[in-house]
Design a binder for this molecule. Structure first.
Ligand code: SAM
Length: 248
């Protein structure tokens, strides 16, 4: 059986995790993807569990068109907008699982985004979020390096599209607290082995992907302390969050 995604251990870990939730709770679960891009990560999951309802929010119109095409025939809705103030404006009832894959480092109004996600959760929902540091620690192209400088300069002028900025650990935790989100699990993924994966021949990619994920999960078991400077080694932080119960 093929893997749920390839090329990114954080995303594969989350998709495997969601698959377990679907197997426990059934296909009636509803998923919200806050920054879905082309939604390519969900094709295999929805193929396996066509009863699952998926809603993707994405500000880039071209990515929305591809996402719609990628998920045609499934119970999927793609909404072309920013994931701010979603409840009541873009969606009308809470979701069982909210996801954010490689989005948060591109989000300009970060607290507003997290607050918006919390409003889309019920007491038993999970929020799986991962964000990357590779753009900042090892920009792959000159364009990427330029975006790091230009994006934050033009976002305050109303052009959020090119925004990207490193997510410091302490800032993120403060924002979680303000939003009323509680950490149930935190892991790091996407060591520099990510670079090797691209060079593995197609016939061996799946085997490599599984070994790479297993290796990083084993490293996580060692509970090595993490600081911002470690983003040079671990490109992705991955959190599983719950909403603080309303009576606290
Ligand atoms: C690197 S892509 C990741 C897309 C997808 N989640 C994936 O894993 O393939 C980052 C996406 O975040 C979207 N994005 C940026 N700011 C956003 C915001 N405030 N709300 C929702 N999406 C946003 C971008 O348009 C872009 O499609």
């Amino acid at each position: 059986m093929s893997l749920l995604t390839s090329g990114n251990t954080a995303k594969l870990y989350c998709l495997n995790w969601i698959e377990q939730i679907i197997q426990q709770k059934g296909e009636s679960i509803r998923i919200l993807d806050a920054g879905c891009g082309r939604a390519a990560n969900f094709i295999e999951l929805l193929r396996r569990y066509p009863g699952v309802t998926y809603t993707g929010i994405e500000p880039n119109p071209a990515a929305c068109v591809t996402a719609q095409r990628n998920l045609e025939g499934f119970k999927a809705t793609i909404i072309n907008d920013y994931a701010y103030d979603m409840m009541g404006r873009l969606v009308d009832s809470p979701f069982d699982v909210v996801l954010s894959f490689s989005v948060f480092e591109h989000v300009y109004r970060r607290q507003k985004y997290l607050d918006s996600v919390v409003n889309c959760m019920h007491d038993d929902s999970y929020f799986l979020i991962n964000y990357d540091a590779g753009h900042f620690m090892a920009p792959a192209t000159l364009k990427e390096a330029a975006k790091n400088i230009i994006g934050p300069l033009i976002a305050p002028l109303g052009m959020e599209r090119y925004y990207q900025r490193f997510v410091p650990e302490a800032d993120f935790r403060l924002m979680l607290d303000t939003a009323g989100l509680v950490i149930t699990e935190v892991k790091s993924f996407n060591t520099r082995m990510k670079g090797i994966h691209k060079h593995v021949p197609d016939a061996h990619k799946e085997a490599h992907m599984q070994r790479w994920l297993d290796y990083e999960l084993w490293l996580n078991e060692l509970k090595i302390p993490y600081e911002d400077k470690d983003a040079r080694t671990w490109f992705t932080r991955n959190y599983i969050l719950r909403r603080q119960p309303h009576n606290q």
